[in-house]
Design a protein around this ligand. Structure first.
Ligand code: ZN
Length: 301
């Protein structure tokens, strides 16, 4: 059994300017709500976490042939680190090291994501080979955190590690009443080799003059409207769409397998001291309770 929630979240991908620009956009409101609910993240942590979840989904959708695509931020700010893992099926899961870390707004009155993240390293990990039962050597790329505001860090990674000039917009809009997350989403624009440089200036100019992604989503925009707002008058073609959701592949069976792997003496001491065991999944915060009979069954196996 996997843990899933039904959502309206969606990603679209396409090309623009005769294939010289790759564009992706996503509405991630429900999955960010689910992630924040499960991990009970503070408002500033929610803004940081939501941006990383959304950016990871967008970046994963530009990759070919992977089974798991992760972004890991290891940093010295109060949040300590952020992890998001996406699958080709449009699911994502993740966590932050200190979900309760919070900070007052920055001088612009916005969530101080840069300060809660701090300085550190931005990792991208692409794993494949799961289908043939082999974990091939993963691809790991890393760059220093240049901003901590997350979108700039994704753009810096793309420019530095993949040599793709990109515009990345990520946003989470919060409010004081339930549901605390009004909306969440993002856009990724990649300028492919050979693109007219004039296009880059045009897109930068359009982005500078268009409303924020979150205010568009809050007004009812879907992924296509987000693309239009970034591309302005540039022609585009949508090549595909995908439903998105927060989903974790943990299960009671996996919890049992993990505890069994600790060995008989460990299981015996759990039986004696606690008459059971509790396993919490770090990625989705689901708690699995194993009782005496579960532990005895392990010993008999
Ligand atoms: Zn889980």
């Amino acid at each position: 059994m996997t843990i899933e929630t039904k959502t309206m979240d969606k990603l679209i991908h396409g090309t623009a300017a005769e294939g010289s620009i790759r564009v992706l956009s996503a509405v991630t409101t429900d999955l960010v709500r689910e992630a924040a609910r499960r991990h009970n993240t503070s408002p500033t942590a929610t803004a940081a976490f939501g941006r990383v979840l959304t950016g990871t989904i967008l970046l994963a959708a530009t990759q070919k042939d992977f089974d798991r695509f992760s972004v890991k931020i290891e940093s010295d700010g109060p949040i300590g680190g952020i992890v998001a893992e996406a699958t080709p099926g449009g699911t994502v899961r993740g966590y932050v090291r200190d979900p309760l870390a919070d900070l007052p707004p920055n001088e612009n009155g916005k969530f101080d994501v840069a300060s809660i993240v701090g300085k550190g390293t931005f990792y991208v990990i692409r794993e494949s080979g799961f289908d043939i039962g082999l974990h091939q050597e993963p691809y790991i790329g890393s760059v220093p955190i240049v901003s901590g505001e997350i979108a700039e860090d994704f753009a810096f990674y793309l420019a530095k590690s993949e040599q793709i000039p990109s515009a990345v917009l990520l946003g989470v809009l919060l409010q004081n009443t339930e549901p605390f997350i009004s909306c969440s989403g993002g856009v990724l624009v990649q300028i492919l080799p050979g693109a007219n440089e004039h296009l880059i200036t045009m897109i930068e100019d359009t982005i500078a003059h268009s409303p924020q992604v979150t205010s568009l989503i809050n007004d009812g925009a879907g992924p296509e409207e987000l693309l239009q707002s970034v591309l302005g008058v540039i022609d585009y073609e949508i090549l595909g769409e995908q439903d998105l959701q927060f989903s974790c592949n943990c299960s009671k069976e996996r919890a049992i397998a993990l505890i069994s792997s600790l060995g008989n003496s460990e299981v015996e001491s759990m039986l004696k001291e606690d008459k059971g065991a509790i396993m919490d999944c770090g990625f989705c915060n689901e708690s699995y309770q194993l009782d005496e009979s579960d532990l005895r069954a392990m010993l008999n196996d």
